[in-house]
Design a binder for this molecule. Sequence first.
Ligand SMILES: [Fe+2]
Length: 353
Amino acid sequence: MTEQRPRVRGRAARALLGAGAAWLAATALPAQAAEELTLYTTREPALIQPLIAAFSAQSNIKVNTVFVKDGLLERVKAEGARSPADVLMTVDIGNLMDLVDGGVTQPVKSAALESAIPANLRGADGQWFSLSMRARVLYADKSLPLTSFRYEDLANPKYKGKVCIRAGQHPYNTALVAALIAHDGEAKAEQWLRGVKANLARKATGGDRDVARDILGGICDVGLANSYYVGQMKSAKEGTDARKWGDAIKVVRPTFANAKSGGTHVNISGAAVAKNAPQRANAVKLLEFLVSEPAQALYAQANYEYPVRKGVALDPIIGQTIGELKVDPLPLTEIAKYRKQASALVDKVGFDQ
Ligand SMILES: [Fe+2]
């Protein structure tokens, strides 16, 4: 779940930072903001701070941000009814569902959130909302004549000894296996895991960027990894390892064999309003701001993520190398139902052994 230090650039970002600086200057005076809220987040401070500054400038709501590295659910649970948390923000559908299942979120009804976020990317009862997306895409050796790819193809024996991927138990991969179970059933998902395992060029370990590294190194030809790493690597300084890895690959957006719509598997960053939020109305205001156009543009520019809101420009590198995303229409809640089953399957086939 590593996140690179995000970059802040572009017109939207400068506007946001300008607004944030104005707010900071204003709050340097003894006068206190009339309103406030508390945000618990597992995300990188450098990504979140410009968003928060812009929100405060626009709303005059002061945000107390608590950066929680691990144990977000445990912390909020332990705080119970006295928790100061208003908004809970994290990455991965599994983590969000854990918050919902752990009983620390509450339902929210908001026309702004519902119109900005497609229905398959939020909880049916407003218990959680996606704020940005990352696609699980194929990294391939540049010389391969690949223009389309199905996730199921990765188990094809023609890729024997040619596949690199991180651990099957990593949430990025268990979410994908859960999606395969949802699409194809458990038996086929197991078969897929066995097929991919048989095709591995090396142990399933390391990180997503290591797929690109090992394609450059001639260890493998193909592998699955997250989309934002492509932006990170291809924008790295000329001559650095990361840049060489990024320049060695081409990227294809895979689809599922049996899915009529031909969409790609995505995971998300998202947020929920805390069950015991002392500032519930302000919490909803923050979520609504985060799916507004300027905030969504910053998600794209600062961390190479896909905006959830339609019509927001992609980062140019992502636009050129991966392109507009057609998202698998299966609701994320449907995928999340199978994540424990997916994790058990990964163990059953000894994927990471
Ligand atoms: Fe990551």
